[in-house]
Design a protein around this ligand. Structure first.
Ligand code: PLP
Length: 278
């Protein structure tokens, strides 16, 4: 009698499994992550991302992490990469142990990080993207940047299958929460509208800067949920995410947004956003 594992077509003794195969993220998505970017050799909004990461860790009860150690690791890896425009992804999982829903408090968390090249998003920012709606099937703590992203994955894939670039998630009450991997905004006259920061959306760092940019150019900001119907009637729509900052939305569920071109305020916000980068 012996305990066995099988990895694809290879059988091995269970005891010979590398720790990565016992990582709780592998079974449960039991971990949290961050995505940061650099612009022209400088990491953007590192403090905000580390702060959100710390909040995510605490929210799931991983309490042994020194966030200053994470800052050092991020900088060390970024300096090593010599990459002006990079995406820095990292996650911490609760640790590796035989599969069991409950866990021991003395597990050693696993850290993983990559620095990869960020594709230029100039073209998509100029032409805008198409989005489609999808039910928000996620859990009730979307403020935690959890590794559990299955609902986001299914939503995005549905959008891609319809020739769209992003899925806009709609909750059971018929209100838009956010994109599958972005914050969502609408413009009516000179008023910017986006969902309020509660536990059903991620506290997007880009969202925070977009709101700052809007205030700088004297737009009114309303943090209030909107329906897909209302979004269809907006003067302008856009999404916001770290890796691309602001991206205009020119089609919503097959409907052309106004004249089908990136809106005037969206472009102003993109310009204003550049001040934060420099
Ligand atoms: N909302 C969701 C669900 C996301 O996954 C992301 C980013 O990945 C965002 C919003 C945007 O967050 P941020 O601006 O911090 O990149």
């Amino acid at each position: 009698m012996q305990q066995i594992a099988m990895i694809n077509d290879r059988i091995l003794p269970y005891e010979a499994l590398e720790p990565v195969y016992l990582d709780r993220a592998f079974y449960f998505g039991d971990g949290v992550y961050e995505v940061i970017r650099s612009y022209n050799g400088k990491i953007f909004a590192l403090d905000e991302h580390l702060n959100r990461f710390s909040n995510s860790l605490i929210a799931i009860g991983i309490n042994s992490i020194d966030i200053e150690d994470i800052r050092t690791r991020v900088k060390q890896a970024y300096d090593e990469a010599l990459m002006p425009n990079a995406r820095i992804y990292f996650h911490i999982t609760r640790g590796s142990a035989p599969r069991n829903h409950s866990y021991s408090d003395d597990l050693k968390p696993n850290f993983f990080l990559t620095v990869t090249e960020l594709q230029d998003s100039k073209q998509v920012k100029k032409s805008g993207i198409a989005v489609s709606t999808f039910p928000d099937w996620r859990w009730k703590r979307c403020d935690i940047k959890s590794l559990n992203l299955l609902a986001n994955v299914l939503a995005k894939q549905d959008a891609v299958s319809k020739g769209c670039d992003e899925a806009i998630l709609v909750d059971e009450n018929g209100f838009i929460t956010e994109g599958s991997s972005s914050a969502f905004f609408a413009v009516f006259d000179n008023r910017l509208q986006t969902a309020p920061l509660v536990s059903n959306i991620l506290p997007s760092i880009t969202r925070k800067y977009v709101i700052k940019a809007a205030e700088n150019i004297n737009m009114t900001v309303t943090e209030e949920s909107l329906t897909p119907e209302k979004a269809k009637s907006a003067d302008e729509l856009f999404i916001a995410v770290t890796t691309k900052d602001i991206v205009p939305v020119v089609r919503f569920d097959g409907n052309v947004v106004k004249d089908g071109k990136p809106g005037r305020y969206t472009e102003k916000l993109m310009e204003e956003f550049k001040h934060f980068i420099n």
